[in-house]
Write a protein that binds this ligand. Structure first.
Ligand SMILES: Cc1cc2nc3c(=O)[nH]c(=O)nc-3n(C[C@H](O)[C@H](O)[C@H](O)COP(=O)(O)OP(=O)(O)OC[C@H]3O[C@@H](n4cnc5c(N)ncnc54)[C@H](O)[C@@H]3O)c2cc1C
Length: 327
């Protein structure tokens, strides 16, 4: 167990790591690979289930961890493709109840080529197709996948889940671990967790929401589960502009304040790099940052609304009660 620094800090469970290293990946077999977007969208995101029965990882992962995938073939230097990480989207008992089927939420990286450094071709603008995300999304039931891991020991549910309440904030495929965590909390074979659970899912358009039906269904069945959506690029019915996940917390601060003031509460943030900074400002502006953030001394007198955006990551750090996984 990791040592908490205050009584309200979460005690995280021990985890197993790197049971299958990149030098000796295990072979999984795809069980299903279905779209998990709410509607027609500019992006392509799937829910991929992989059977790992009989391998070192079976039954030895927990939600919040990731696994690695090695796409077949070689890169432009002729070397085998490097491992890419994908968040586990199922509870620790897997999709099958036995820990033998893991899942994740791959999103195809499909863009126009953009030079990343000075030596890259500056005029090329052909289609850029991400190697591993497209490999995963292309797979059919029965296909084999080389898997490593598990990886990650910090972005985890606490060992005793009933001791805490939860605010989960996701953008895009950052929803993957929260699908697993919400299932772990509400579908526990020993009975659903009674803690307060708020999930805020951010997406550009309503049709980009992931696993929307699942979460809406949980919200109707469990009074303690609250599903919020933050749609950024659509005008809202009252004519106001779209919002990001942190705006959702700010707008509903009177709902969230008692929860954020309660020492049981943990915040989890997963998704696009930078999504955490808006939330940090909202917490600090509302006088709610003490438990969740450590702010640099020379920033103490600054109005959080004036924090220079590019410097937030360096001067504001999450405490153990605020867990961040952005990529
Ligand atoms: C802990 C963790 C969990 C993750 N979980 C998930 C998950 O659940 N689902 C998911 O989809 N992803 C997840 N990712 C991201 C995932 O690991 C991969 O980075 C992602 O799928 C892209 O991999 P790829 O092989 O398809 O793209 P790559 O072939 O690796 O291409 C991406 C890279 O190419 C470069 N590039 C990007 N755009 C362009 C462009 N337009 N022109 C030229 N070069 C470009 C950039 O350097 C970029 O890093 C996670 C990452 C981490 C660290």
């Amino acid at each position: 167990m990791s040592n908490p620094t205050t009584t309200s800090d979460p005690i995280l469970p021990e985890v197993k790591m790197n049971l299958a290293p990149p030098s000796a990946p295990i072979t999984g077999r795809v069980v299903s690979n279905d779209m998990c977007l709410k509607g027609k969208s500019n992006s392509y995101v799937r829910h991929t289930e992989i059977d790992i029965t009989g391998t070192a990882i079976a039954g030895n992962f927990i939600v919040g961890q990731s696994f690695g995938v090695i796409a077949p073939g070689v890169d432009e230097k002729g070397k085998p493709h490097k491992v890419r990480l994908y968040s586990i989207a199922c509870p620790k008992w897997g999709e099958d109840g036995q820990g033998n089927v893991i899942s994740t939420t791959p999103k195809r990286v499909l863009e126009e080529y953009k030079p990343q450094k000075k030596t890259d071709d500056q005029i090329r603008h052909t289609l850029f197709i991400g190697v591993c995300s497209n490999f995963l999304c292309d797979l059919n039931p029965g296909d084999e996948v080389q898997i490593t891991g598990p990886a990650g020991r910090r972005f985890l549910l606490p060992a005793n889940t009933a001791d805490h309440d939860y605010i989960f904030l996701a953008t895009g495929t950052g929803i993957a671990p929260f699908r697993g965590m919400v299932k772990e909390l509400l579908e526990n074979p020993e009975g659903p967790c009674k803690s307060q659970i708020h999930l805020v899912m951010g997406a550009p358009y309503d049709t980009d929401l992931l696993y929307d039906e699942l979460f809406a269904d949980f919200a109707t069945k469990h009074d303690n589960f609250h599903y919020h959506t933050a749609i950024s690029r659509e005008i809202r019915p009252d004519g106001s502009r779209g919002i990001y996940t942190h705006h959702c917390i700010d707008e509903k601060i009177e709902t969230f304040r008692p929860l954020l003031e309660n020492e049981r509460t943990l915040i989890y943030i997963c998704g696009i790099q930078g999504m955490q900074t808006g939330l940090y400002q909202v917490l600090a502006t509302n006088g709610l940052s003490d438990a969740y953030l450590t702010i640099a001394d020379d920033w103490a007198d600054l109005n959080p609304k004036d924090w220079p955006w590019a410097e937030i990551k360096r001067n504001v750090r999450p405490t153990p009660r605020c867990m961040v996984e952005v990529y």
